[in-house]
Design a protein around this ligand. Structure first.
Ligand SMILES: [Zn+2]
Length: 474
């Protein structure tokens, strides 16, 4: 997307700024609602045409690039792309991003990765600054669907950054209009530049850099385990508990399953059928909101751990030394695909794996720390003893080494090993008898903490000052 910068970042960045996204619900009138839906379908058709064209090119042995895809889209007659030229261009670039991601994963050794091929029925509409969207004279926001078509007009979204300051349109970038099918609601995703939460610019070129690695082990039961070496040499392990996340999913799966079986017993299109379908959507959308909250709780805690690791090392470092944090995640991509083929895993385990919010966690962690997340193969990291290196199968939540007598939480074992891998360029070197581990457990609980409550009321006050109305009123 764009360059980000955060906790004394590794990523190259625009001075002290990063791009964040605010999600603002909007209510469209009937005509706009229909026009937006038509636009989303048209955008999906465009995507499908691009995919078909790309695959045809590849079959013919040609290797089109990013700009070729863009040219293909913009060369289509206007009647065949009933959206703004920039919206169409965004479809092309998104598709190209998907191609590059798939290629990078293949290059990284992931198996079962396919280049884009699926037909889409729906795609959100992207509006670029000044061309796609602009603020209207009456204070509204107008979104263009292309020349000669009526614009979609909504009240100007008002939102604040993490400091509670209203973000004015001068800082906005791209805006995406998205339909949430479960909640049956439109939302604007407004990207904006922010310097909040970023570290001051480190004096480049001056002084020496010290790299501190934070290893992240992702799991189904405990979503994130973070490990780094404290300045005193002790392996600092933080296990973030995910029990409430699992219970939300279990509750949703049960309720949806029950509703589905009730639906299967009544006539398609009947009143009862429609009611049950609505209940199912509502269940899904509620669980989605709770899970979103839960995931943010998990990653906010993880980002806090990363920040604290940085600050501790910076505090312990001699003058002139800049501490730089590197976040390395054990790569488990591809596990879901493999489980579908090899039926050795129990059905409920497969369901757990497929509903694992791993990608979301990585994305949010990168977003909240402003750092790039690196991946490293996590082969054998859960089976090897971090002290003596002996490999064994593990059962249960505890790892006990028969060789050296080490007894450690299973997630901590994985985390310490990922850290060793990252610090030794991918080879698993046992830490040796000096291994000391400190484990902290954090629980990500749904619901608001005191800080979030305070932030919310600050946002509401700021919105009030900016003259924003209540939810939904223009
Ligand atoms: Zn051992």
């Amino acid at each position: 997307m764009s360059t980000r910068r955060g906790v004394a970042g590794r990523s190259a960045a625009a001075a002290g700024e990063r791009v964040l996204t605010a999600v603002v619900p909007v209510w469209l009138d009937r005509a706009d609602h229909e026009a937006a839906h038509r636009g989303c379908h048209a955008s999906a058709l465009l995507w499908n045409r691009c995919v078909a064209w790309l695959r045809e090119e590849w079959r013919a042995g040609r290797r089109p690039g990013r700009e070729d895809v863009r040219r293909f889209v913009t060369a289509l007659p206007a009647a065949e792309r009933p959206v703004h030229a920039h919206t169409a261009q965004a479809v092309a670039y998104d598709l190209w991003d998907a191609v590059e991601t798939a290629r990078a994963r293949r290059a990284g050794g992931a198996t079962g990765v396919r280049l884009p091929w699926r037909e889409k029925a729906y795609r959100p509409l992207v509006f670029t600054r000044n061309f796609g969207w602009r603020t209207g004279p009456a204070g509204g926001l107008s979104l263009s669907l292309g020349r000669g078509r009526r614009r979609i007009t909504v009240p100007l979204p008002v939102f604040t950054d993490r400091e509670g300051v209203v973000v004015d349109p001068g800082r906005w970038g791209e805006i995406t209009l998205c339909w949430d099918g479960d909640a049956r609601m439109w939302a604007l995703h407004v990207s904006y530049r922010s310097s909040v939460g970023t570290a001051p610019d480190s004096p480049a070129g001056r002084g020496e850099e010290r790299v501190v690695t934070v290893a992240v082990d992702e799991g189904v039961i405990n979503p994130l385990t973070l490990v780094h070496r404290a300045p005193d040499g002790v392996h600092e392990v933080t296990v973030i508990n995910g029990r409430s996340g699992r219970s939300i999913k279990r509750g949703r799966n049960k309720a949806v399953g029950r509703l589905s079986s009730m639906m299967s017993r009544c006539r398609n299109g009947s009143r009862r059928h429609r009611r049950l379908a609505a209940a199912k959507r509502k269940t899904r959308s509620r669980a989605k909101a709770r899970l979103r909250d839960f995931n943010h709780q998990v990653t906010a805690k993880a980002a806090e751990v990363v920040r604290a690791a940085h600050d501790r090392h910076q505090g312990a470092a001699p003058d002139g030394v800049t501490v730089v944090v590197r976040v390395v995640v054990g790569d488990v991509r591809g596990i879901e695909q493999r489980t579908a083929r090899r039926r050795r895993v129990h059905r409920s385990t497969r369901q757990q794996l497929s509903q694992w919010d791993r990608g979301t966690h990585e994305h949010q962690l990168a977003y909240k720390t402003g750092l790039e997340v690196e991946h490293i193969s996590e082969a054998y990291t859960s089976q090897s003893c971090p002290r003596c290196g002996r490999r064994r199968k593990v059962r249960g939540r505890w790892y006990a080494c028969g060789e050296c007598g080490l007894r450690l939480h299973r997630d901590a074992v994985g985390g310490v090993n990922i850290l060793t891998l990252a610090d030794n360029d991918g080879t698993l070197v046992p830490v040796g008898p000096s291994l000391a581990v400190r484990v902290t457990y954090l629980r990500a609980q749904p619901g608001w903490g005191p800080l979030q409550r305070a932030l919310h009321s600050r946002h509401q006050r700021a919105r009030g000052r900016a003259g924003a109305g209540r939810r939904g009123s223009p």
